[in-house]
Design a protein around this ligand. Structure first.
Ligand SMILES: [Zn+2]
Length: 243
């Protein structure tokens, strides 16, 4: 689906306007700098969009402040005592330095991170990330088989990557789905929602009425999962930017 991006300024706030096949104007605010993106139906004039955005400005400013504040929080250093998440569960990190094979194990409410002695923060992060990828990939595989059957679609592949602004995306022509690595830290239902959302795009590429009625049919509680994603930190847009 083609879309056209233009820069737009409303009362001093710069935003990216994307005209595409959507029914409603939608505003999203993105980390790390609070960039504002507005998607709008193709037929709306600039003046009409400005009129609609004006009353939303206080909300936009508030959200921008939240995003900026959030990204100023100190980065985790991967040291013992920090809290880390695995599918919505919180664990206390225990860094174990030894000569054995690097890796991660969950023991009770402890996340044991085994690394070589004096491993740098980058090295520790790499071990943890590899584990998150493997965990996510295993869960994707399990969900994928089940949902492909239910929806009667087949994705050519599902790949994992870090994404700053999206939880997932779907290239409908290549039938390839991407999911955000961060989903390994969120409740399992969030991963399921994003995956089902992207698979439903193989039936209906747009976010038109048919798309949402398919979501209602196959995952009646999808709004609840979407709200869980919205209330967590991370991308402020869902799935591919319009959900
Ligand atoms: Zn979508």
């Amino acid at each position: 689906m083609t879309s056209m991006e233009t820069a737009f300024i409303v009362h001093g706030i710069e935003l990216t306007l994307v005209r595409k096949d959507v029914r409603h104007v939608r505003i999203s605010i993105h980390p790390p700098d609070g960039r504002v993106r507005v998607s709008a139906p193709r037929h709306l004039t600039d003046a009409a969009i400005r009129r609609m955005l004006a009353p939303k400005l206080p909300w936009i400013c508030r959200k921008q402040a939240e995003v900026l504040h959030r990204d100023q929080q100190p980065r985790l250093e991967l040291v013992t005592g920090e809290h880390h998440f695995h599918f919505g569960q919180r664990y206390r990190l225990l860094v174990i330095e030894n000569a054995g094979r690097p890796g991660v194990s969950l023991v009770g409410d402890t996340m044991e991170l085994r690394v070589p002695p004096a491993a740098s923060v980058e090295k520790r992060a790499a071990v943890l990330e590899r584990w998150y990828r493997a965990q996510l990939s295993e869960n994707v595989r399990r969900l994928l088989g089940e949902w492909e059957r239910r929806l009667g679609v087949v994705a050519s592949e599902v790949r994992i990557r870090r994404m700053r602004t999206r939880w997932g995306s779907c290239n409908t022509r290549a039938r390839r789905i991407w999911v955000n690595l961060e989903l390994a830290k969120r409740p399992h239902a969030c991963l399921e929602y994003v995956l089902v959302h992207e698979l439903v795009h193989l039936l209906e590429p747009s976010h038109g009425r048919r798309f949402w009625s398919l979501m209602d049919e196959f995952m009646p509680q999808w709004r609840q999962h979407r709200d869980a994603l919205r209330s967590s930190s991370g991308p402020t847009t869902l799935a591919d930017g319009d959900a």
